[in-house]
Design a protein around this ligand. Structure first.
Ligand SMILES: Nc1ncnc2c1ncn2[C@@H]1O[C@H](COP(=O)(O)OP(=O)(O)OP(=O)(O)O)[C@@H](O)[C@H]1O
Ligand SMILES: [Mg+2]
Length: 311
Protein backbone atom coordinates (compact mmCIF):
# COMPACT_ATOMS: atom_id res chain seq x y z
CA UNK A 1 0.00 0.00 0.00
CA UNK A 2 1.45 3.37 -0.93
CA UNK A 3 1.05 6.48 1.18
CA UNK A 4 -1.64 9.06 0.48
CA UNK A 5 -0.04 11.47 2.92
CA UNK A 6 3.50 11.40 4.21
CA UNK A 7 5.22 13.92 6.46
CA UNK A 8 8.88 13.77 7.31
CA UNK A 9 10.48 15.63 10.21
CA UNK A 10 7.77 18.25 10.23
CA UNK A 11 8.33 21.10 12.72
CA UNK A 12 6.63 24.40 13.32
CA UNK A 13 7.15 27.03 15.97
CA UNK A 14 5.05 30.01 16.94
CA UNK A 15 7.42 32.44 18.67
CA UNK A 16 9.15 30.45 21.37
CA UNK A 17 6.53 27.70 21.33
CA UNK A 18 7.26 24.54 19.39
CA UNK A 19 3.77 23.52 18.23
CA UNK A 20 4.89 20.57 16.09
CA UNK A 21 8.22 18.82 16.50
CA UNK A 22 9.94 16.44 14.10
CA UNK A 23 6.67 14.81 13.16
CA UNK A 24 6.75 11.98 10.62
CA UNK A 25 3.39 10.42 9.83
CA UNK A 26 2.26 8.04 7.12
CA UNK A 27 -1.36 7.81 6.05
CA UNK A 28 -1.80 4.75 3.81
CA UNK A 29 -4.06 4.97 0.80
CA UNK A 30 -7.73 4.30 1.62
CA UNK A 31 -7.12 4.48 5.35
CA UNK A 32 -9.39 6.29 7.74
CA UNK A 33 -6.59 7.72 9.84
CA UNK A 34 -7.55 9.07 13.25
CA UNK A 35 -5.19 11.81 14.39
CA UNK A 36 -5.65 11.92 18.11
CA UNK A 37 -4.40 14.44 20.65
CA UNK A 38 -5.42 16.73 23.47
CA UNK A 39 -6.28 20.40 23.01
CA UNK A 40 -3.15 22.22 21.91
CA UNK A 41 -1.30 19.00 21.01
CA UNK A 42 -0.60 20.25 17.48
CA UNK A 43 -3.31 18.59 15.38
CA UNK A 44 -4.59 21.65 13.53
CA UNK A 45 -1.08 22.98 12.97
CA UNK A 46 -0.04 19.65 11.41
CA UNK A 47 -3.14 19.49 9.20
CA UNK A 48 -2.56 23.07 8.01
CA UNK A 49 1.00 22.20 7.03
CA UNK A 50 -0.27 19.16 5.13
CA UNK A 51 -2.71 21.45 3.32
CA UNK A 52 0.01 23.97 2.55
CA UNK A 53 -1.83 26.68 4.50
CA UNK A 54 1.11 27.31 6.83
CA UNK A 55 4.75 26.65 6.18
CA UNK A 56 6.78 24.26 8.27
CA UNK A 57 10.05 25.52 9.81
CA UNK A 58 11.52 22.16 8.92
CA UNK A 59 10.48 18.95 7.23
CA UNK A 60 8.44 17.99 4.20
CA UNK A 61 4.95 16.86 3.22
CA UNK A 62 3.96 14.69 0.29
CA UNK A 63 0.37 14.29 -0.80
CA UNK A 64 -0.14 11.45 -3.28
CA UNK A 65 3.55 11.77 -3.97
CA UNK A 66 3.41 15.52 -4.63
CA UNK A 67 5.74 17.68 -2.52
CA UNK A 68 3.57 20.42 -1.01
CA UNK A 69 6.44 22.94 -0.80
CA UNK A 70 7.26 22.46 -4.50
CA UNK A 71 3.73 22.24 -5.94
CA UNK A 72 1.16 23.62 -3.54
CA UNK A 73 -1.61 23.86 -6.13
CA UNK A 74 -1.01 20.38 -7.51
CA UNK A 75 -1.04 18.97 -3.98
CA UNK A 76 -4.17 20.96 -3.07
CA UNK A 77 -6.03 19.38 -6.01
CA UNK A 78 -5.66 16.01 -4.32
CA UNK A 79 -7.30 17.13 -1.08
CA UNK A 80 -10.65 18.30 0.19
CA UNK A 81 -10.46 19.94 3.60
CA UNK A 82 -12.67 20.81 6.53
CA UNK A 83 -11.06 23.15 9.05
CA UNK A 84 -12.25 24.78 12.28
CA UNK A 85 -13.03 28.16 10.73
CA UNK A 86 -15.18 27.50 7.68
CA UNK A 87 -14.99 30.97 6.16
CA UNK A 88 -18.50 30.81 4.72
CA UNK A 89 -20.29 33.99 3.71
CA UNK A 90 -23.21 34.42 6.11
CA UNK A 91 -25.25 36.52 3.69
CA UNK A 92 -25.09 33.84 0.99
CA UNK A 93 -27.03 30.58 0.98
CA UNK A 94 -25.38 27.22 1.51
CA UNK A 95 -25.75 26.45 -2.17
CA UNK A 96 -24.24 29.82 -3.17
CA UNK A 97 -21.29 29.28 -0.84
CA UNK A 98 -20.61 25.89 -2.40
CA UNK A 99 -21.07 27.53 -5.80
CA UNK A 100 -18.05 29.77 -5.16
CA UNK A 101 -15.80 26.77 -4.58
CA UNK A 102 -17.39 24.79 -7.42
CA UNK A 103 -16.66 27.66 -9.83
CA UNK A 104 -13.04 27.82 -8.68
CA UNK A 105 -12.71 24.09 -9.27
CA UNK A 106 -14.56 24.26 -12.59
CA UNK A 107 -17.34 21.91 -11.44
CA UNK A 108 -20.93 21.61 -12.67
CA UNK A 109 -24.01 22.51 -10.64
CA UNK A 110 -24.96 18.85 -10.40
CA UNK A 111 -21.85 18.29 -8.27
CA UNK A 112 -23.20 20.78 -5.72
CA UNK A 113 -26.49 18.87 -5.57
CA UNK A 114 -24.58 15.64 -5.15
CA UNK A 115 -22.53 16.75 -2.13
CA UNK A 116 -25.53 18.48 -0.52
CA UNK A 117 -27.38 15.21 -0.74
CA UNK A 118 -24.50 13.25 0.75
CA UNK A 119 -24.49 15.41 3.90
CA UNK A 120 -28.30 15.62 3.94
CA UNK A 121 -28.37 19.37 3.54
CA UNK A 122 -30.46 19.62 0.37
CA UNK A 123 -33.51 20.89 2.26
CA UNK A 124 -31.60 23.78 3.84
CA UNK A 125 -29.36 24.58 0.90
CA UNK A 126 -31.23 27.74 -0.07
CA UNK A 127 -31.19 29.31 3.37
CA UNK A 128 -28.56 31.90 4.27
CA UNK A 129 -25.58 30.41 6.10
CA UNK A 130 -25.81 33.23 8.68
CA UNK A 131 -28.91 31.47 9.99
CA UNK A 132 -27.33 27.99 10.10
CA UNK A 133 -26.65 26.16 13.33
CA UNK A 134 -23.06 25.08 14.07
CA UNK A 135 -23.91 21.53 13.06
CA UNK A 136 -25.35 22.68 9.75
CA UNK A 137 -22.21 24.69 9.02
CA UNK A 138 -20.17 21.62 9.83
CA UNK A 139 -22.16 19.54 7.33
CA UNK A 140 -21.83 22.25 4.73
CA UNK A 141 -18.09 22.33 5.39
CA UNK A 142 -17.95 18.61 4.80
CA UNK A 143 -19.96 19.01 1.59
CA UNK A 144 -17.46 21.61 0.40
CA UNK A 145 -14.54 19.30 1.21
CA UNK A 146 -16.13 16.63 -0.97
CA UNK A 147 -16.72 18.85 -4.03
CA UNK A 148 -15.09 17.27 -7.04
CA UNK A 149 -14.60 13.97 -5.16
CA UNK A 150 -10.93 14.49 -4.20
CA UNK A 151 -9.01 11.28 -3.42
CA UNK A 152 -8.00 12.58 0.04
CA UNK A 153 -10.10 14.25 2.72
CA UNK A 154 -8.53 16.14 5.63
CA UNK A 155 -11.08 16.84 8.34
CA UNK A 156 -10.24 18.78 11.49
CA UNK A 157 -12.56 17.66 14.30
CA UNK A 158 -15.45 16.84 11.95
CA UNK A 159 -17.94 16.07 14.74
CA UNK A 160 -17.42 19.42 16.48
CA UNK A 161 -20.68 21.16 17.18
CA UNK A 162 -22.89 18.26 16.17
CA UNK A 163 -25.65 16.94 18.41
CA UNK A 164 -25.57 13.27 19.49
CA UNK A 165 -27.59 12.14 16.46
CA UNK A 166 -25.39 14.23 14.19
CA UNK A 167 -22.26 12.72 15.76
CA UNK A 168 -23.56 9.19 15.24
CA UNK A 169 -24.48 10.02 11.62
CA UNK A 170 -21.10 11.61 10.96
CA UNK A 171 -19.20 8.66 12.44
CA UNK A 172 -21.19 6.20 10.36
CA UNK A 173 -20.64 8.36 7.33
CA UNK A 174 -16.88 8.63 7.87
CA UNK A 175 -16.57 4.88 8.41
CA UNK A 176 -18.30 4.08 5.14
CA UNK A 177 -16.72 6.90 3.14
CA UNK A 178 -13.54 5.16 2.08
CA UNK A 179 -15.44 1.96 1.30
CA UNK A 180 -17.93 3.82 -0.87
CA UNK A 181 -15.64 6.30 -2.59
CA UNK A 182 -12.14 4.86 -2.22
CA UNK A 183 -11.07 8.11 -0.57
CA UNK A 184 -8.38 8.35 2.08
CA UNK A 185 -9.56 10.19 5.18
CA UNK A 186 -7.36 11.94 7.72
CA UNK A 187 -9.47 13.17 10.61
CA UNK A 188 -8.46 14.73 13.89
CA UNK A 189 -10.15 14.31 17.23
CA UNK A 190 -9.46 14.70 20.92
CA UNK A 191 -11.81 11.81 21.68
CA UNK A 192 -10.49 8.29 22.01
CA UNK A 193 -13.89 6.71 21.52
CA UNK A 194 -14.43 8.64 18.34
CA UNK A 195 -11.23 7.40 16.75
CA UNK A 196 -11.93 3.89 17.95
CA UNK A 197 -15.33 3.91 16.24
CA UNK A 198 -14.30 5.42 12.94
CA UNK A 199 -10.63 4.83 12.19
CA UNK A 200 -8.67 1.99 10.63
CA UNK A 201 -5.37 3.65 11.56
CA UNK A 202 -4.36 5.88 14.42
CA UNK A 203 -1.67 8.46 15.08
CA UNK A 204 -1.32 9.99 18.52
CA UNK A 205 0.20 13.43 18.89
CA UNK A 206 1.37 14.65 22.28
CA UNK A 207 3.06 18.02 22.80
CA UNK A 208 3.69 18.29 19.07
CA UNK A 209 5.29 14.85 18.75
CA UNK A 210 3.86 11.72 17.19
CA UNK A 211 4.10 9.21 20.02
CA UNK A 212 2.25 6.30 18.43
CA UNK A 213 1.16 5.31 14.96
CA UNK A 214 -0.21 2.21 13.32
CA UNK A 215 -3.10 0.12 12.13
CA UNK A 216 -5.61 -0.12 14.92
CA UNK A 217 -6.22 -3.87 14.56
CA UNK A 218 -2.49 -4.57 14.54
CA UNK A 219 -1.78 -2.36 17.54
CA UNK A 220 -4.47 -4.24 19.43
CA UNK A 221 -3.14 -7.61 18.32
CA UNK A 222 0.36 -6.62 19.49
CA UNK A 223 -0.81 -6.18 23.06
CA UNK A 224 -0.11 -9.10 25.37
CA UNK A 225 -3.29 -11.18 25.56
CA UNK A 226 -5.35 -11.18 28.73
CA UNK A 227 -8.23 -13.20 30.05
CA UNK A 228 -11.16 -11.79 31.92
CA UNK A 229 -12.69 -13.95 34.64
CA UNK A 230 -16.01 -13.41 36.38
CA UNK A 231 -16.44 -15.35 39.59
CA UNK A 232 -18.84 -15.65 42.51
CA UNK A 233 -16.28 -14.09 44.87
CA UNK A 234 -13.64 -11.95 43.19
CA UNK A 235 -11.73 -11.19 46.37
CA UNK A 236 -11.25 -14.86 47.08
CA UNK A 237 -10.50 -15.66 43.44
CA UNK A 238 -7.89 -12.94 43.46
CA UNK A 239 -5.93 -14.50 46.28
CA UNK A 240 -6.32 -17.98 44.81
CA UNK A 241 -4.90 -16.80 41.49
CA UNK A 242 -2.06 -15.01 43.27
CA UNK A 243 -1.26 -18.27 45.02
CA UNK A 244 -1.04 -19.93 41.62
CA UNK A 245 1.56 -17.42 40.50
CA UNK A 246 -0.78 -15.25 38.46
CA UNK A 247 -1.08 -11.46 38.60
CA UNK A 248 -4.80 -10.79 38.53
CA UNK A 249 -6.13 -7.24 38.49
CA UNK A 250 -9.63 -6.37 39.62
CA UNK A 251 -11.57 -4.53 36.93
CA UNK A 252 -15.18 -3.55 36.51
CA UNK A 253 -16.01 -6.51 34.29
CA UNK A 254 -14.20 -9.04 36.49
CA UNK A 255 -10.59 -10.04 37.11
CA UNK A 256 -8.11 -9.55 34.30
CA UNK A 257 -5.29 -12.06 34.11
CA UNK A 258 -2.29 -11.58 31.85
CA UNK A 259 -1.12 -14.70 30.03
CA UNK A 260 2.41 -15.98 30.44
CA UNK A 261 4.70 -15.54 27.44
CA UNK A 262 3.76 -18.11 24.79
CA UNK A 263 0.86 -19.44 26.82
CA UNK A 264 -2.16 -20.65 24.84
CA UNK A 265 -5.28 -18.66 25.84
CA UNK A 266 -7.58 -21.71 25.77
CA UNK A 267 -5.20 -23.82 27.86
CA UNK A 268 -4.78 -20.96 30.32
CA UNK A 269 -8.56 -20.50 30.59
CA UNK A 270 -8.99 -24.22 31.26
CA UNK A 271 -6.23 -24.27 33.89
CA UNK A 272 -7.50 -21.18 35.69
CA UNK A 273 -11.07 -22.48 35.70
CA UNK A 274 -9.89 -25.81 37.13
CA UNK A 275 -7.80 -24.14 39.84
CA UNK A 276 -10.65 -21.89 40.92
CA UNK A 277 -13.31 -24.57 40.86
CA UNK A 278 -11.10 -27.06 42.72
CA UNK A 279 -10.69 -24.43 45.44
CA UNK A 280 -14.45 -24.09 45.68
CA UNK A 281 -14.84 -20.80 43.80
CA UNK A 282 -17.59 -20.54 41.21
CA UNK A 283 -16.58 -19.36 37.74
CA UNK A 284 -19.38 -17.53 35.90
CA UNK A 285 -17.45 -16.71 32.75
CA UNK A 286 -13.92 -16.71 31.40
CA UNK A 287 -12.58 -15.61 28.04
CA UNK A 288 -10.17 -13.35 26.17
CA UNK A 289 -10.48 -9.66 26.95
CA UNK A 290 -11.37 -7.38 24.04
CA UNK A 291 -8.58 -4.85 23.66
CA UNK A 292 -9.33 -1.21 23.15
CA UNK A 293 -7.54 1.88 21.97
CA UNK A 294 -7.33 2.91 25.59
CA UNK A 295 -5.22 -0.19 26.34
CA UNK A 296 -2.86 0.82 23.56
CA UNK A 297 -2.65 4.29 25.01
CA UNK A 298 -1.71 3.13 28.42
CA UNK A 299 1.41 1.63 26.89
CA UNK A 300 2.52 4.96 25.46
CA UNK A 301 5.18 6.54 27.65
CA UNK A 302 4.30 9.93 29.01
CA UNK A 303 0.66 9.58 28.22
CA UNK A 304 -1.61 11.23 30.74
CA UNK A 305 -4.98 9.62 31.19
CA UNK A 306 -7.06 12.74 30.55
CA UNK A 307 -7.71 11.68 26.97
CA UNK A 308 -9.05 8.33 28.00
CA UNK A 309 -11.36 9.99 30.49
CA UNK A 310 -12.60 12.46 27.88
CA UNK A 311 -13.75 9.57 25.71
N1 LIG B 1 -1.26 31.10 14.99
C1 LIG B 1 -0.74 30.73 16.15
N2 LIG B 1 -0.01 31.58 16.89
C2 LIG B 1 0.54 31.22 18.05
N3 LIG B 1 0.45 29.98 18.59
C3 LIG B 1 -0.27 29.08 17.92
C4 LIG B 1 -0.90 29.39 16.66
N4 LIG B 1 -1.52 28.28 16.22
C5 LIG B 1 -1.31 27.32 17.15
N5 LIG B 1 -0.55 27.79 18.15
C6 LIG B 1 -0.10 27.01 19.32
O1 LIG B 1 0.43 25.79 18.87
C7 LIG B 1 0.02 24.71 19.72
C8 LIG B 1 -0.72 23.67 18.91
O2 LIG B 1 -1.96 24.22 18.50
P1 LIG B 1 -2.98 23.44 17.57
O3 LIG B 1 -4.05 24.39 17.21
O4 LIG B 1 -2.23 22.80 16.47
O5 LIG B 1 -3.51 22.31 18.56
P2 LIG B 1 -4.72 21.28 18.37
O6 LIG B 1 -4.18 19.95 18.66
O7 LIG B 1 -5.39 21.52 17.08
O8 LIG B 1 -5.70 21.69 19.57
P3 LIG B 1 -7.31 21.70 19.67
O9 LIG B 1 -7.74 20.31 20.06
O10 LIG B 1 -7.58 22.66 20.78
O11 LIG B 1 -7.87 22.15 18.36
C9 LIG B 1 -0.78 25.35 20.83
O12 LIG B 1 0.07 25.56 21.92
C10 LIG B 1 -1.24 26.65 20.24
O13 LIG B 1 -1.40 27.62 21.26
MG1 LIG C 1 -7.30 22.05 16.54
Amino acid sequence: MSAAIETRGLSRRFGARLAVEDLSMTVPERAVYGFLGRNGAGKTTTLKMILGLIRPNAGAVRVNGIDVARDRIGAARQVGALLEAHGFYGNLTGRENLGLTATLLGLRKAEIDRVLEVVEMSADADRKVGGYSLGMRQRLGLARAMLGAPPILVLDEPTNGLDPDGIADMRRFLRSLSERTGATVLLSSHLLGEIEQTATHVGVVNDGRLVLEGELARLKADLAPELIVRTGDDTRALSLLLAHGRSPVAAEAGLTVALRPGEDPDQAAAAITRQLVESGASVFAIGPRERSLEDIYRRVAGFRSSLAEAA
